[in-house]
Design a protein around this ligand. Structure first.
Ligand SMILES: Nc1ncnc2c1ncn2[C@@H]1O[C@H](COP(=O)(O)OP(=O)(O)OP(=O)(O)O)[C@@H](O)[C@H]1O
Length: 259
């Protein structure tokens, strides 16, 4: 799926949060959106999801403006992983993951055996199958995050939007989840996520967009994650270092300096 933002401005009522943003993410691309707290990352996502109208410009999916997409049609193709939340009812984990199939079910129909199989496979892919029969309100924040990602995978979307998908995860699960998402993008899914960690962008993404007071910039991780850009964006000194992985491939890392 191709997501295209054309000279769009975003905001609430009279308040404009982001101005004149343009970018494109295509089949199999994985875009990481970096930027400081409050810069407008979630606002951009709300607009892509159709929850918030753009103030000007256009958001297109496969060449068609999203205002021409019906809500049910959008719900089938766009998967969204919000920051972890606690629902008011004590559903089982499997029930929460099965909610990812809702857009594919007819009115009043219940999930089929195939739907349950897809939901179980999604949990399994993330190493979270053991949570299946637990009560969603009684698992940890990180476990809930895994369940929300499994719910989005169960939807089998064409584009996956993730708002800080690793924010509650331990060090190992952060890497496992990112590599799993990268696998989906390698298989052709379009992925857009936010992160507060430049290293996540180095690890798995094909494009990086940087939002800061100076504006908006997009390119490869190597082009965008520079010592100057990180200083301009986060106000801290960093050093970008290189090392080799177990196969000799080059990996970059962004290291914060104490001075
Ligand atoms: N419903 C709302 N009505 C008015 N202003 C809002 C609303 N939601 C967010 N904002 C404002 O829009 C700006 C951008 O907020 P947003 O949540 O998009 O930032 P963000 O980049 O996702 O931040 P974070 O990294 O902290 O999650 C902030 O100034 C915020 O106060």
């Amino acid at each position: 799926m191709i997501l295209e933002i054309k000279d769009a401005s975003f905001g609430y009522g009279k308040k404009t949060v982001l101005r004149n943003i343009s970018f494109q993410v295509g089949f199999g691309e994985f875009l990481c959106l970096l930027g400081p707290n409050g810069v407008g990352k979630t606002t951009l996502f709300k607009s892509i999801l159709g929850f918030l109208a753009v103030k000007s410009g256009e958001i297109m999916l496969n060449g068609q403006g999203i205002n021409q997409w019906s809500k049910p049609r959008l719900a089938k193709v766009v998967g969204y992983v919000p920051q972890a939340h606690t629902p008011p009812f004590p559903y089982t984990v499997l029930d929460v993951v099965l909610m990812g199939r809702i857009a594919h079910l007819g009115s009043f129909s219940s999930p089929s055996r195939e739907d349950v199989k897809i939901a179980e496979e999604s949990l399994d892919k993330l190493g979270a199958y053991f949570l299946k029969d637990m009560t969603y309100t009684e698992i940890s924040g990180g476990e809930r995050q895994m369940v929300l990602i499994a719910r989005a995978l169960t939807q089998r979307p064409q584009i996956l939007i993730l708002d800080e998908p690793t924010s509650n995860l331990d060090y190992g699960n952060q890497v496992r989840v990112l590599l799993q998402i990268k696998k989906l993008s390698d298989e052709g899914m379009t992925v857009v996520m936010t992160s507060h960690y430049p290293d996540h962008a180095f690890l798995c993404t094909s494009k990086v967009a940087l939002l800061n007071k100076k504006g908006f910039e997009i390119g490869t991780a190597d082009e965008i994650i520079t010592e100057k850009n990180m200083k301009d964006t986060y106000g801290i000194n960093v050093r970008i270092t290189r090392l080799a992985d177990n196969h000799g491939a080059d990996i970059k890392r962004c290291v914060a300096l104490a001075n």
